[in-house]
Design a protein around this ligand. Structure first.
Ligand SMILES: Cc1cc2nc3c(=O)[nH]c(=O)nc-3n(C[C@H](O)[C@H](O)[C@H](O)COP(=O)(O)O)c2cc1C
Length: 191
């Protein structure tokens, strides 16, 4: 039997040192070690996923959108997707937004029906690991989570769980206690 696939989307500008990167890696490692998942890592910031533009659209029309096709295939093949989504200027990293721009393709990852849009990336579990310098969970300023709560279900990714590490730049012991709480949450997820 083919082993299940886990896709790790990393997007911190701090690479492996990012808070979101570390937590996401911990979660992914658990799936690999405890449930024998096969891992694909896509670091959208290191790979510098370019802005989606008119050329990308015409490449898609011509069947030449190599990068977008590869990014879509990675998502289609995944059973579990772990998205590390740090908050930068109240949003997700622009490279992660570009990743969404590349994978959202009408007729492939979503389609329009008489009843409205329908996501085509179904039967996948998504974990979003977010890290913030401040504390915004549940507030109107939690724009990155609001966006992810719209774009993911739009693509059919309806089973989404968030892990928050907040207040990591607030000083005192907020950083440590917040990361520890997130680590515990991660530990309890793949039990
Ligand atoms: C360019 C930049 C912008 C940031 N903007 C915000 C922000 O708007 N709100 C916030 O709470 N923290 C902000 N931070 C702090 C980050 O959220 C924090 O460093 C977090 O650890 C980032 O996740 P990462 O370590 O996985 O990259 C910002 C950090 C950087 C580098």
């Amino acid at each position: 039997m083919m082993s299940k696939q886990i896709l790790s989307i990393q997007s911190s500008i701090f690479g492996d040192q990012g808070v979101s990167s570390g937590l996401a890696k911990q979660l992914v490692d658990k799936f690999v070690a405890e449930a024998d998942y096969q891992l694909t890592v896509r670091d959208v910031t290191q790979d510098n996923i370019p802005h989606f533009n008119a050329q990308t659209l015409s490449d898609i029309a011509d069947g030449n959108a190599t990068l977008a096709d590869a990014l879509i295939a990675e998502v289609q093949q995944a059973d579990v997707i772990v998205i590390a989504a740090p908050m930068y200027n109240f949003s997700i990293p622009s490279q992660l937004k570009s990743w969404f721009d590349h994978i959202a393709r009408a007729g492939v990852t979503f389609k329009y029906t008489e009843l409205g849009p329908q996501g085509l990336l179904t039967n996948k579990k998504v974990y979003v690991v977010t890290a913030r310098g401040g504390q915004y969970q549940g507030s109107g300023k939690d724009i990155d989570s609001s966006y992810l709560n719209v774009i993911l279900p739009f693509l059919g990714l309806t089973d989404v769980e968030f892990i928050y590490a907040e207040g990591v730049n607030m000083g005192g012991d907020t950083r440590e206690s917040s990361i520890q709480a997130a680590e515990k949450q991660v530990n309890d997820l793949v039990a």
